[in-house]
Write a protein that binds this ligand. Structure first.
Ligand code: NAP
Length: 243
């Protein structure tokens, strides 16, 4: 797998107006990206991104709205690194909650991410190395039963990442799976657990992409979970079941 130096490269980050996505935009700029396409869902968030400077190009995108995904290629002129960051956490319990929540998790986290990737693929097929990074979760490596809906959707992202890696290798596109533990963003603000700052996680994700790391474990918890998953998936399942 070829390494990619982000200096001078064009990056697109989905869900870029807050949390890990916003940190990814800021860190990409620090690394010298020539342009960062930064997607937002609500018009109120366009200004936040526009304030980051002229290298940032805000784009409206709602993963659950196919029309906005269809429009996406018209807003892009070139691309080296696609970071599929946007995602939702419904907290759905597979037995106690309705299927609607599970379907929502899948609609955004799996189908939205896949559709965005397909929409932008032609830009990534070029003579120099390019990359796609998908935000899964440690909950995508083994299920967390108390939020089974999210786990299903992030396991699907993990599997999709493996498929895309296999299919796109011959095109010179490296495909990275990112498996964070708890990160200090709005997604975790109601949970009582130790979290890692989004800026630290973003820095580690970009380092992983630059260094050709296929499975990126960008924080202290995922650094422990990752090797356990790779050596003994059953132990990880048992560990999370007791969580
Ligand atoms: N935080 C964690 O502990 C953690 C751990 C593991 C994995 N992750 C994953 O990391 C990614 C980023 O999470 P985060 O913690 O930064 O979450 P966050 O603060 O909740 O931000 C999520 C981002 O995704 C956007 N988004 C949600 N649904 C969307 C849709 N249908 N279309 C377009 N954009 C949409 C949000 O836009 P709005 O502002 O418009 O809602 C927001 O910009 C997610 O995929 C998440 O599952 C997070």
């Amino acid at each position: 797998m070829s390494n990619i130096n982000l200096n001078g490269k064009v990056v697109l980050v989905t869900g870029a107006n807050r949390g890990i996505g916003l940190a990814l935009v800021q860190k990409s700029l620090e690394k010298g990206a020539s342009k960062v396409y930064a997607t937002y869902r609500s018009e109120a968030n366009r200004a936040t991104l526009a304030e980051l400077g002229e290298r940032v190009v805000p784009i409206h995108l709602d993963l659950s709205d196919p029309a906005t995904i269809e429009q996406l290629p018209k807003s892009v002129t070139s691309l080296d690194v696609l970071i599929n960051n946007a995602g939702i956490f419904s907290g759905a319990d597979l037995l106690e909650d309705t299927e609607v929540q599970l379907r929502n998790d899948l609609e955004t986290n799996l189908f939205g991410t896949l559709s965005v990737t397909k929409a932008l693929l032609s830009f990534l097929k070029k003579d120099s190395p390019t990359a796609v990074a998908n935000l899964s979760s440690i909950a995508g490596l083994a299920a967390m039963p108390s939020f089974g809906g999210y786990s299903v959707s992030k396991a699907a992202v993990h599997s999709m990442t493996q498929s895309l890696r296999g299919k796109l290798k011959s095109d010179g596109i490296s495909v990275h799976g990112v498996y964070p533990g708890p990160v200090a963003t709005r997604m975790t603000e109601s949970m009582e657990m130790d979290t890692t700052p989004a800026t630290t996680v973003a820095e580690r994700i970009l380092e992983g992409i630059e260094n050709g790391v296929e499975e990126v474990f960008p924080d202290a918890m995922s650094e422990q979970v990752g090797p356990l998953f790779l050596s003994s998936p059953k132990s990880l399942e048992e560990n999370f079941a007791a969580f």
